[in-house]
Design a protein around this ligand. Structure first.
Ligand code: UD1
Length: 341
């Protein structure tokens, strides 16, 4: 019998890579995505890699009757909930849109899981829930959370709270918050990858778009921070490693006899500065990147990276790909996109 896993936002960046990772382990992903923030190119790429068309429902996760019909059509083994808005700046401009989609969507999915007794649930959370780390820059799951800087951050923070309150009322559920650090890279086939709509906010898409000529110049947001070269430090995690972490999470949850709620960091455990990312890009692609040093970006965390012990002990998962792998795969994806254009 097929082990159906509902993947909301399955045509998006992390979702599409997770669809591949699930399929590789024998699960049957059922994608729900209304393509407001996804692209047909990625869907075609998925079909090419898989050799068949994945199951897809073009539905808004906030539409209760359409979602109920999907829950009626499959016996879901679990749910991985990606579908959400994720641009920090936009969330400041359109907070209600963020709260509506990210929180109403989550509540809708959890309600249907309760109604249909689908026990296993993985939530796309973020290291943004830690805010700016106080003493040590390496954060573990017990590091106290801080109040977020943006409505986007609040949707992850409140999302975790909703899940926690739900668990108190329904302790038989198996729930996991995966706190992602900075997802980067693409599938090594260059058939799927990140597809930023409009000007990218995140670093690596901006780097590759600058190198290909879609952007004129990368601005490094500050080089006067108290870090080893003055630029901010992040924990960049290859999207295929991140995708595989979701499969490990589902495999962990399905083994549990009792209900559980866990938060797990998904990062490499190593921090890399913005300037180091640029150096890696220049080395891997053997070209100079056009960049300039600009002012700090408001709300930026100075330095944060994962303590990655719990993911290893609880999920038997750890990152296996390097920042070099991620940069090479992101660049090959940019080149492939450019050929299609
Ligand atoms: C951002 C969000 C975070 C969210 C994540 C989703 C903020 C403050 N945080 O994380 O909540 O979960 O995206 O992917 O926006 N940089 C440049 N020039 C650029 C772009 C980025 O120097 O053009 C620097 C940033 O200052 C930062 C690093 O690159 O130091 C990474 O930035 P980004 O990719 O936007 O990720 P985060 O800020 O870590």
């Amino acid at each position: 019998m097929s082990k159906y896993v509902l993947v909301t936002g399955g045509a998006g960046y992390i979702g599409s890579h997770t669809v591949l990772a699930l399929t590789a382990k024998g699960y049957t992903p059922v994608i729900v995505d209304d393509f407001r923030n996804a692209n047909e190119v990625v869907l075609n790429g998925l079909s090419t890699i898989l050799g068949f068309e994945p199951i897809l429902h073009r539905v808004d996760i906030c539409d209760p009757s359409a979602m109920r019909a999907i829950f009626q059509s499959y016996v879901f083994h679990g749910v991985i909930h990606f579908a959400a808005y994720k641009a920090v700046g936009e969330s400041v401009q359109k907070p209600l849109m963020y709260y509506q989609n990210n929180l109403a969507g989550l509540v809708n999915i959890l309600s249907l899981m309760e109604e249909f007794k689908v026990l296993n649930f993985v939530f796309s959370s973020s290291c943004t829930v830690y805010g700016e780390p106080k003493e040590t820059k390496e954060v573990h799951e017990e590091t106290p959370k801080s109040l977020p800087e943006s409505p986007y951050g609040y949707t992850k923070w409140i999302g975790e709270q909703i899940i926690s309150d739900f668990f108190k009322s329904a302790p038989e559920f198996h729930l996991m918050n995966l706190r992602y650090f900075n997802p980067v890279g693409a599938h090594p086939s260059a058939k799927i990858g990140e597809f930023p709509i409009g000007k990218p906010n995140n670093l690596l898409p901006f780097v590759t778009q600058t190198a290909i000529g879609k952007q004129d110049c990368l601005t490094v947001f500050g080089d006067d921070y108290p870090t080893r070269d003055g630029s901010c430090v992040r924990d960049y995690i290859h999207v295929m490693d991140l995708a595989e972490a979701h499969v490990q999470a589902i495999q962990f949850l399905e083994k549990q006899e009792n209900g559980c709620l866990e938060a797990v960091n998904i990062g490499t455990g190593t921090g890399t500065t913005v300037l180091e990312v640029i150096r890696v890009f220049e080395k891997i692609t053997n070209q100079k990147l056009n960049y300039r040093i600009g002012p700090r970006r408001e709300g930026d965390v100075i330095e944060i990276y994962a303590n990655a012990v719990k993911s290893n002990t609880l999920l038997s998962w750890k990152a296996t790909r390097t920042i070099e792998d991620a940069v090479r795969d992101a660049w090959n994806w940019e080149l492939a996109l450019n050929q299609q254009a």
